[in-house]
Ligand binder design. Structure first.
Ligand SMILES: Cc1cc2nc3c(=O)[nH]c(=O)nc-3n(C[C@H](O)[C@H](O)[C@H](O)COP(=O)(O)O)c2cc1C
Length: 479
């Protein structure tokens, strides 16, 4: 690694100088104000008071039962989300609306043969109980469930990929095992999938969730549909057609589940797929072989090495018009440009070495979120990509909130290793350095190799498992 990770900056001024060297408009706060500062300020969303500005991003564990219900590990993860003190729980994790839509055989899913509602309720209650055990109030926590269909990245059984796509892609087809147009979902099949979203939302509401996230990110089906420029028919081509499935699905959920709020997690910007180049660093190999690049959403057609927010803003406009004000902004995909989606010092086993200092990608998340917030100040925006900031995460988070650049700071990987970080910051306690996520990517490498996800290096629950030995062997073979 030629870059210095944030954790190696021992003093705030050292970090702040490095941060500003990435881009002069970046800044962080030297002094943290705990619950009295921007992170502790409540937010009123419609009529609901959300107690602070920490959000927990959805984090799957590849650890559901074969029937699609939570296991002990799943429950433990949700309990730890509750311990965090964060008041906005975004989805818990991606739950597939049907068996065929799972991204792995251990994903939670809506299985008509079991009591899905009870399984979901168990997760939500475990989270609330652990939240309460910290002495926190529970009437100001806002909990949603993320609903998904994995589309191109379906892998519902141990037999390998079973992709269902919106359109043929010049690079991703080969990677996802797409061999013919048979993988393309027909318009009628899409209409059937809307019904499954409605069923899933009905279960979520019955289980007590206050909102569902109709997930549009990370290369999964609804994200791919947003970029289905080459697809003929009612679900492709124009922006109106590409958002039709989303609009119809939201309308169907609203009609079946009055009172249930809708949120959207969206990859608001994207890039051409990356692969390892010279020195195993990631590069957008072949980006100029298929120009204009009409195969994505929020990516520049003439130069797909760049994000283009023109349609992203149209989407935010559309959401506002639909009365959806809770939006979680993310970028890219863990499958084809993980350095952007989850900036890390160390790549996952199916990834590549960082093309540049990962702080650039953290900055890209923040820059794009700032642009969206400035254009749509009335939306409640959740920011992503903070875990790589390590020790300095709270200083950047407080700054972005205090300056009105974002409404909630979402945490992903950091919560796997150090769930209490938000609580400690709110209480003005020093951080426990041993628990800080160092972005080793084992939480991604594990599942890519058929193991459960979790923080193997730092969480004792995973460290003692035989899986960790297997994981280490896999990583040694990679080097
Ligand atoms: C192990 C793991 C599981 C994840 N599961 C989901 C998921 O179910 N749904 C989702 O939208 N994002 C998921 N993500 C992405 C995170 O929510 C988050 O966007 C990403 O880790 C970047 O945030 P961070 O820098 O705080 O980690 C997952 C990430 C990891 C590492």
């Amino acid at each position: 690694m030629e870059f210095k990770t944030p954790g190696r900056c021992k003093r705030w001024d050292e970090f702040n100088a490095r941060w500003k060297a990435i881009a002069p408009e970046l800044a962080s706060d030297e002094v943290l104000y705990g619950a009295d500062g921007a992170l502790g300020k409540p937010y009123t969303l419609k009529n609901k008071l959300i107690g602070n500005r920490w959000a927990i991003h959805p984090m799957e564990g590849w650890d559901g039962t074969g029937d699609g219900l939570p296991s002990e590990d799943t429950l433990r993860r949700w309990q730890r989300f509750g311990l965090s003190g964060a008041k906005l729980i975004w989805g818990g994790e991606a739950v597939a609306v049907m068996a065929e839509g799972r991204a792995n055989p251990h994903q939670l899913y809506v299985n008509p043969s079991v009591d899905t509602r009870a399984g979901l309720a168990q997760l939500r209650e475990a989270l609330i109980d652990s939240h309460e055990s910290t002495g926190a109030a529970t009437d100001d926590i806002y909990i949603g469930l993320q609903l998904t269909h994995s589309g191109r990245f379906c892998r519902p059984t141990g037999d390998g990929p079973a992709p269902r796509i919106a359109y043929r892609h010049p690079v991703l087809d080969a990677r996802a095992g797409v061999q013919s147009d048979d993988a393309i979902l027909s318009d009628m099949e899409l209409e059937g999938i809307t019904e499954r979203y409605v069923q899933a939302a009905t279960h979520a509401q019955a289980a007590g969730f206050e909102f569902v996230d109709v997930k549009c990110c990370h290369g999964y089906l609804l994200h791919e549909l947003l970029g289905a420029k080459t697809r003929p028919g009612p679900y492709g081509g124009s922006f109106e057609n590409r958002t039709r499935f989303f609009r119809e699905t939201v309308a169907a959920i609203r009609s079946a589940c009055p009172g249930l709020d809708i949120g959207v997690r969206v990859s608001i910007g994207d890039l051409h797929p990356f692969s390892p180049g010279e020195d195993r660093r990631g590069e957008p190999t072949g980006w100029n072989d298929s120009l204009p690049y009409t195969y994505g959403f929020g990516v520049d057609e003439q130069d797909p090495r760049r994000v283009d927010l023109t349609e992203s803003f149209l989407l935010l406009e559309l959401l506002r018009g639909m009365g959806i004000s809770l939006v979680n902004l993310t970028l890219g995909s863990p499958y084809y440009n993980p350095h952007l989606q989850r900036p890390a010092a160390y790549p996952p086993s199916d990834g590549y070495q960082p093309p540049e200092d990962p702080l650039h990608q953290v900055a890209e998340h923040l820059r794009i979120t700032r642009q969206c917030k400035s254009a749509y100040p009335d939306l409640a925006l959740v920011g992503t990509g903070y875990s790589y900031l390590q020790e300095w995460l709270p200083n950047v988070a407080q700054h972005e909130l205090a300056q009105g650049h974002v409404d909630f700071v979402g945490l992903g990987r950091m919560v796997l290793s150090y769930p209490e970080l938000p609580l400690h910051v709110l209480r003005g306690q020093p951080l426990e350095r041993k628990k800080i996520c160092r972005t080793f990517s084992d939480c991604t490498t594990g599942p890519r190799n058929g193991l459960r996800s979790g923080c193997y290096p730092l969480d004792a629950h995973y460290k003692v498992r035989p899986d960790y030995t297997i994981l280490k062997e896999i990583k040694e073979r990679m080097n």
